[in-house]
Design a protein. Structure first.
Length: 351
């Protein structure tokens, strides 16, 4: 009788890559730059779009479709729609922001918000992340699309406040962190019964610690920025009243969004208020090309002089700005894969 071995055609290099992937996945990691909406699972977005009658644009799901299908033609674990999401060639930055506009149309109620938040945390934990800072801009969402009887009538479509949006995420983080800690403690107890050899062969996954950064969209108005900053300050100060040992989830605020819209200086006073209230501040700069003394250069210089706790991206800074940071450094949040795919970073720096 012949036994069918599915791994018989696996090349040595494939086996090594699989082992390397498994090893790196098990290593403890820290994720400081994760947008909640941007971390949505592909199949979740497809399902939510279908449930809410949202038609996703062709550029969103047909980008490099032939390449995605070619590389994954025999992969039975993913659907055709999911494979069409795989971005094997760069999108430009403007395409990305056009794509991002459709995600809130699908994540438009508290039910969807809970789902994607739980999934993002679970995915991070399974990837070996031990500390993650999710960032998101508070939104006024529908409470739910349908009442308990499924009619879609009555109070189901009442709007939740931005405060409720943030409080739900904090609630989910608290639930998840407690579950993670309990899992870790149980696995530690079980591990104590193993032999030394068994312990050496197993890598115990640490518990994930989630935290939240409240975002300001630079494409919005000063009034909208103040609303988010005020909410962040209020909730941040409220959590300082919690008893010792209880997790405090809101850790900072950030300015992000489409780098071609508005200027940091119009929001500077808002972020100064946040800083004085004790919140950490992150500001995005250097996402688009700049020339000496042009508008983007002057904005980046203003951000550096503001001295936020962290800079986002900071990839296309001029030589003089780089020298300024070398003399007086500010930590930089890097997104290598994203920047390579959207900013032609690889072609400028030979990968």
């Amino acid at each position: 009788m012949t036994t069918n071995n599915n791994n018989s055609n696996t090349s040595p290099s494939t086996t090594i890559n699989q082992q390397l992937h498994g090893f790196t996945k098990s290593l403890p990691k820290i994720e400081l730059y994760a947008h909640l909406n941007g971390s949505i699972r592909e199949h979740t977005l497809i399902e939510l779009a279908s449930e809410r009658n949202v038609t996703l644009p062709p550029k969103m799901i047909l980008h490099d479709a032939e390449s995605a299908q070619h590389h994954n033609n025999d992969d039975s674990t993913t659907t055709k729609e999911e494979r069409l999401f795989w971005n094997t060639h760069p999108r430009n930055l403007q395409d990305c922001f056009e794509v991002f506009e459709y995600i809130p149309k699908c994540v438009d109620d508290l039910v969807a918000l809970r789902r994607i938040t739980e999934e993002v945390l679970l995915d991070a934990a399974e990837d070996g992340v031990v500390y993650i800072e999710l960032r998101t801009g508070p939104k006024c969402l529908i409470r739910r699309h349908h009442d308990d009887d499924g009619s879609g009538e009555g109070g189901g479509r009442m709007m939740a406040t931005k405060r409720e949006y943030v409080e739900m995420i904090v609630e989910i983080m608290d639930e998840f962190e407690k579950k993670e800690q309990k899992r870790y403690e149980m696995e530690m107890e079980s591990r104590a019964q193993d032999t030394i050899m068994q312990q050496q062969q197993q890598i115990l996954r640490l518990a994930l610690i989630p935290r939240l950064i409240i975002s300001v969209d630079r494409a919005g108005t000063i009034e909208q920025a103040d609303e988010n900053i005020n909410l962040a300050i209020e909730l941040f100060q409220k959590q300082q009243e919690l008893p010792p040992g209880q997790s405090k989830y809101i850790v900072g605020v950030e300015l992000g969004g489409n780098p071609t819209r508005n200027d940091f200086t119009i929001f500077e006073a808002s972020f100064e208020r946040a800083r004085r209230a004790g919140l950490n501040v992150a500001i995005h700069i250097g996402e688009v090309p700049m020339k000496s003394q042009d508008a983007k250069y002057n904005e980046a210089l203003a951000v550096i002089n503001f001295r936020p706790d962290r800079l986002g991206h900071a990839l296309t800074l001029s030589t003089s700005l780089i020298e300024l940071l070398e003399k007086n450094p500010i930590p930089i949040e890097c997104c290598p894969t994203s920047n390579t795919m959207t900013l032609d970073f690889a072609s400028h720096h030979e990968g």
